[in-house]
Write a protein that binds this ligand. Structure first.
Ligand code: SF4
Length: 733
């Protein structure tokens, strides 16, 4: 680490901030701005003030919606077309990959204060380190070789966590860090790179975790020129961190204690006095109380961004930090080939809009009914994967759109606008975030609550209290089954633990966030709760729907073979953003184990690359292809001026995934023993519906694990070998 004076590797614009209202990160929500087409907004790149029109000679086809074809059918069809119709390369053997990315010839030229002058000016050039205890901060220059190796976002977060968190430190120890990282594409015309990454050691898995979120915060961070901000140590008192181009200030804020996420965001914005031009992300009471799956919520002018999974809110809370606020800066990335990147983005617009039609209409809630029809929607703590049609319809996207949705919302620089606000008059709820598909699975079908009013209310409460709806809902589902089986003595709260109890669901959100009554035990997550239950008659862990301490998301590990091996090997545990289910729903590797370990591994490369670019997954899969292909290569090369091959681009994803695995191996949480699946998934076939009989027995998983380790170049226990680390140019880690 080198303490340096801040550089300006890109360009600045003196008048960029002069048009502060409504700010350069807003999209087409602002009435005082000229109306723009979706195509214009998605390639605006630097914000509306600098939006560009589609060149007249470029054909952009945006499909008309058809009332005859179900949007999900179109969605899945287009994804398959995007994948197979692309110029994707087949993965060659590991040894065939391109040469190491590291620059030959020793140290590159610098600018006299430690900055690598060969770093493409699309990068802001620095990492900002903040000592929460003293309030001091300093910057560290990023060198080009590391940018080539790790790209940004997820890659930078993994590298920084590996560098700064000792393997023996616990998630709530001061030595843990919280990394906010963005990628080379933020603030460029590359579509929907409005997302950022939070990296940390998770209190759920005790391993590396990166959680992504949208809104306007990541683009504001990029405007500071800090590709990553690393929070170290622990503040003496409850505080928020103010980030500006000058660095960081730790601002004591005792008044924020106990406040909900939205309230905290608003209070900090008021204190900063710049309205929505200050971009805030905050923890809720759950974070302060170290609920292990506490999340962070960012409220932008246009929509909420939630870093939902893994417990980022709990780690921030353990550092006595309630919120992080950004005052916009002047940094603007400089592209190696701006028109090239812009043309690439324009060229994907038609397919993107067609491929995301369902998301535009319903958000992800549109997946409830079609996935239930496939027989892959977990119900009653996953005892079944089929919900009665009327129940599914009561909570599905079509119903929510008809009776609850009040407006579309969007992250910055996105034409898809998958976000929605919902209101429930009877419960006094207005403009709440719509429950995502994953949340509807976890909080509704898993707990057997199909009262949409209460489901929306419970989800809104989780957002306000700052809790991951997936882990919370699946933990409630576990507790309900454990109680039903006589394993969980809930004393006065027993009435809340009946499957189907809608009132109890809502009440449990408050109890968990404040660690009151049974809520204190549920705040530990289902795996720890099961381990703490003493029983001579039954093993409570048999009913946990999780991997490596993290509750599984909605995509069936019994009904989708790719998810079986994908979840088992996920560096984040039960995450559906390691191996993706999307292509499996379209018929790839859903029912066969043949070639599935390689499919799952390469999907993990795709997600690691995407999160390093910080492009929204829905936009990637809908518009650019659901696997690494030449399009991503061309976009990265246009932005940076590099000449990476597609194989080298995939190696970035593979490298990042290996760093994550290495962290987890060093921490003792990743091995053949922990690469496993829930008991029910391995021993109880799906009892009913189109997938009746499907499961992943232990022998099948073992066989896939062996094939997966061989493909990856890991040893028999699942650790990356020294040769593999050398091949990936991370031998020094
Ligand atoms: S598709 Fe949805 S989540 Fe993705 S960037 Fe657009 S609004 Fe945000």
């Amino acid at each position: 680490m080198v303490a340096v004076v801040r550089p300006r590797t890109g360009t600045t614009s003196a008048d960029r901030n002069s048009s502060k209202a409504p700010g350069p990160f807003h999209t087409d929500c602002c009435n005082d701005l000229p109306a723009i087409t979706p195509a214009e907004s998605v390639i605006a790149g630097k914000g509306l003030q600098q939006s560009v029109s589609v060149p007249p000679d470029t054909e952009v086809t945006i499909s008309q919606r058809s009332s005859k074809v179900h949007p999900v059918a179109t969605y899945l069809f287009v994804l398959v077309a995007a994948t197979f119709g692309s110029d994707a390369h087949d993965r060659r053997t590991a040894g065939d990959f391109g040469p190491p990315a590291k620059q030959p010839g020793g140290k590159p030229p610098d600018d006299g204060v430690g900055h690598d002058m060969s770093l493409p000016p699309v990068y802001g050039g620095e990492v900002l380190h903040v000592d929460l205890e003293t309030g001091d901060s300093h910057t560290e220059a990023i060198d080009e070789a590391d940018a080539r190796r790790f790209l940004g976002g997820n890659g930078f977060a993994a590298k920084l966590v590996h560098e700064h968190v000792p393997a023996e430190s616990g998630p709530f120890d001061a030595e843990n860090v919280v990394v906010f990282a963005v990628g080379p594409m933020n603030l460029t015309p590359f579509q929907s790179t409005s997302r950022g990454v939070v990296g940390f050691v998770s209190p759920m898995t005790d391993g590396f975790f990166d959680s992504t979120f949208g809104g306007s915060f990541p683009r504001a961070q990029k405007s500071l020129g800090f590709e990553a901000v690393v929070l170290h140590g622990r503040a003496p008192d409850l505080s928020y961190v103010r980030l500006s181009e000058d660095g960081a200030e730790v601002v004591p804020a005792p008044d924020l204690e106990g406040r909900g996420t939205y309230d905290a965001c608003e209070t900090v914005r008021e204190a900063e006095g710049q309205g929505f031009d200050t971009h805030v992300i905050a923890a809720g009471p759950a974070g302060e109380n170290r609920v292990r799956y506490a999340c962070l919520l960012h409220q932008s002018h246009d929509r909420e961004g939630v870093a939902g999974r893994g417990g980022s809110g709990a780690v921030l809370g353990s550092k006595n930090v309630k919120a992080v606020a950004i005052r916009e800066g002047d940094f603007e990335p400089e592209l190696a080939d701006e028109s090239g990147l812009r043309n690439l983005a324009v060229g994907r617009m038609g397919e993107l809009m067609e491929g995301t039609e369902m998301l535009q209409e319903y958000g992800t809630s549109g997946l409830v009914n079609p996935i239930n029809e496939m027989g892959k929607l977990g119900r009653r703590n996953n005892a079944s994967e089929l919900v009665a049609e009327a129940d599914a319809e009561a909570i599905g996207g079509e119903r929510l759109k008809a009776d609850y949705v009040t407006e579309d919302t969007t992250c910055a620089n996105c034409a898809v606008k998958c976000g929605k606000h919902v209101s429930v008059e009877a419960r006094g709820i207005t403009q709440a975030k719509i429950p995502e598909f994953e949340s509807l699975f976890a909080t509704a079908s898993m707990t057997e609550v199909y009262d949409a009013d209460r489901v929306v209310e419970a989800n809104d409460l989780c957002d306000r209290l700052g809790m991951d709806t997936i882990s919370w809902g699946v933990t409630v589902a576990f507790a309900r089954e454990a109680h039903e089986r006589g394993l969980l003595d809930a004393d006065d709260d027993a009435g809340l633990l009946e499957f189907g109890d809608a009132e109890g669901l809502v009440e449990l959100a408050e109890l968990v966030a404040h660690r009151e009554g049974i809520g204190d035990r549920l705040a530990e997550g289902s795996a720890r709760l099961a381990a703490a239950i003493e029983s001579d008659e039954d093993d409570p862990s048999k009913y946990v729907h999780g991997v490596k301490g993290l509750e599984l998301a909605a995509h069936s590990p019994r009904g989708l073979k790719g998810m079986s091996i994908g979840y088992a090997t996920s560096t984040r545990g039960g995450s559906h953003h390691d191996t993706r289910p999307t292509r499996q729903y379209a018929g790839e590797h859903d029912e066969t184990t043949e070639g599935t370990p390689e499919f799952a591994a390469r999907s993990q490369h795709f997600t690691a690359l995407g999160d390093s670019l910080t492009q929204c997954r829905f936009v990637s899969e809908g518009g650019w292809g659901a696997e690494i292909n030449d399009r991503y290569r061309d976009a990265i090369n246009a932005a940076t001026g590099w000449d990476l091959t597609t194989e080298e681009v995939e190696t970035v994803g593979e490298r990042v995934y290996n760093v994550e695995r290495l962290i987890n191996v060093e921490r003792g949480v990743a091995s053949r023993e922990t690469d496993t699946l829930p008991y029910r998934v391995m021993h109880e076939p799906i009892p009913e519906g189109p997938n009746a009989g499907m499961y992943c027995p232990p022998a099948e998983l073992e066989s896939m694990l062996t094939e997966y380790y061989e493909f990856r170049g890991w040893d028999e226990d699942g650790a990356p070998t020294p040769e593999t680390l050398e091949r990936l140019d991370i031998g020094e880690l």
